[in-house]
Design a protein around this ligand. Structure first.
Ligand SMILES: NC(=O)c1ccc[n+]([C@@H]2O[C@H](COP(=O)([O-])OP(=O)(O)OC[C@H]3O[C@@H](n4cnc5c(N)ncnc54)[C@H](O)[C@@H]3O)[C@@H](O)[C@H]2O)c1
Length: 362
């Protein structure tokens, strides 16, 4: 094992764009055990700006910056690489890092093609390193509590599940990063980029193989700007007989909290946003409105995150920091991190099939 107890874990980032500051804050909350040693981005202005931000917030020296991951790996020899780049680069960069003997924390989606998932699986196996996927919504209070109740089979078998995701993405979002909105570089649209989180939660909570899926994908809202879908409706049939209905769109100007409902034999679980979980009886009467209680150790992560958010800036959720804290704890303890490639591809396998079916239909 390369990571030695009592020595900081050496961390590097590939990609210094929109999501990178969230990973930086997650790392700062772990500053006792990790050290950010390098940043790679072909856009050196972005890399230098993040390096400055890191030094200002941590009070330590700036991490070195590079234009390629190759150069970074050869020079800084990190233990862990976070891959925070456009979707189509994920598999190559992750394989490079694994071959250099690094653990990898990979932003979703793991890949843009089914065949690449096998390439990634082989690279993980050959390296003996861990690869974790950033599906941070599994760390939301509501999803975690619902998962515990469902795993304990508290309310009997799942009969049905539904989910609504109504968000807004305008043309500026796509113009800001032109890799978005293209089949070749984003690998899809709403499903692979935004709705993947909610679809993953639905599959994780129902926890039964999908035996059939029918889907309708549309580009209703930004036809002139993007090639990919911005709206999708799916009908899922699960092996033990449950039915799932899923609707998602990026065309709703009043972006709202995702809604997820799991109907079990003896109760209905409703998740609204990241924190609200209610349990109702089968007639719809409220049985329990769960108070939000942090798990042991989470308060410390939350406090550390609060310390590093620049004053006046809003912050959408602490789940990234919780996932990052858990990932490093597992690396430190040489234990497997739960959201590995097998978990990270649950939603991907399904949406690749949907994309294929949609292409054939067209
Ligand atoms: N988990 C979440 O909720 C969440 C939220 C937002 C974004 N993301 C994911 O984060 C990833 C990045 O998204 P973003 O919004 O930050 O994109 P972005 O366009 O803002 O930034 C991407 C950065 O990667 C750099 N880059 C491109 N090729 C590179 C390479 N070969 N090596 C190193 N750097 C490279 C670009 O120059 C850019 O600075 C995507 O996978 C996206 O889906 C996840």
């Amino acid at each position: 094992m390369k990571t030695k107890q009592n020595q900081p874990i050496r961390v590097a980032f590939a990609g210094c764009g929109t999501i990178a500051p969230l990973h930086l804050i997650g790392l700062l909350a772990q500053s006792e055990i990790v050290q950010l040693v390098g940043l790679a981005d072909p856009d050196l202005v972005a890399a230098k700006s993040l390096a400055r931000q890191s030094a200002e917030l941590s009070g330590q020296s700036e991490p070195d910056v590079f234009t390629t991951l190759d150069e970074l790996l050869a020079t800084t020899q990190p233990d862990v690489v976070h891959i925070l780049t456009p979707h189509h680069t994920h598999v190559d960069l992750a394989c490079q890092a694994l071959q250099a003997n690094c653990h990898v924390l990979l932003e979703k989606p793991a890949a843009t093609r089914k065949s690449d998932l096998e390439v990634l699986a082989n690279a993980i196996q050959q390296s003996g390193r861990q690869l974790g996927i950033c599906l941070q919504n599994r760390y939301n209070f509501a999803s975690r509590e619902a998962h515990m109740l469902l795993t304990a089979k508290t309310f009997g078998p799942v009969l049905a599940a539904r989910s609504f995701l109504t968000w807004w993405r305008d043309d500026q979002y796509y113009l800001q990063s032109p890799w978005r909105g293209r089949w070749a570089t984003e690998g899809g649209g709403l499903l692979i980029n935004q709705a993947i989180h909610t679809l993953d939660l639905l599959l994780w909570l129902v926890d039964d193989p999908v035996v059939s899926v029918k889907g309708h994908l549309h580009t209703d809202h930004l036809e002139q700007v993007i090639e990919v879908e911005d709206t999708a409706s799916l009908l899922l049939c699960f092996e033990k007989g449950a039915t799932g209905v899923f609707y998602a769109t990026n065309a709703y100007p009043a972006s709202s909290d995702p809604f997820l409902e799991i109907v079990c034999e003896r109760a209905i679980l409703r998740l609204e946003g990241s924190d609200r979980l209610t349990v109702l009886d089968r007639s719809g009467n409220l049985l329990e409105d769960f108070p939000q209680i942090a798990k042991a150790g989470e308060d410390a992560v939350s406090e550390a995150v609060d310390r590093f958010i620049p004053a006046g800036k809003s912050y959408w959720g602490k789940s990234h920091a919780l996932l990052i804290a858990d990932f490093y704890q597992k690396i430190r303890q040489e234990q497997p991190f739960a959201i590995d490639l097998t978990e990270g591809r649950r939603a991907l396998d399904l949406l690749f099939d949907l994309y294929d079916a949609n292409r054939k239909r067209q």
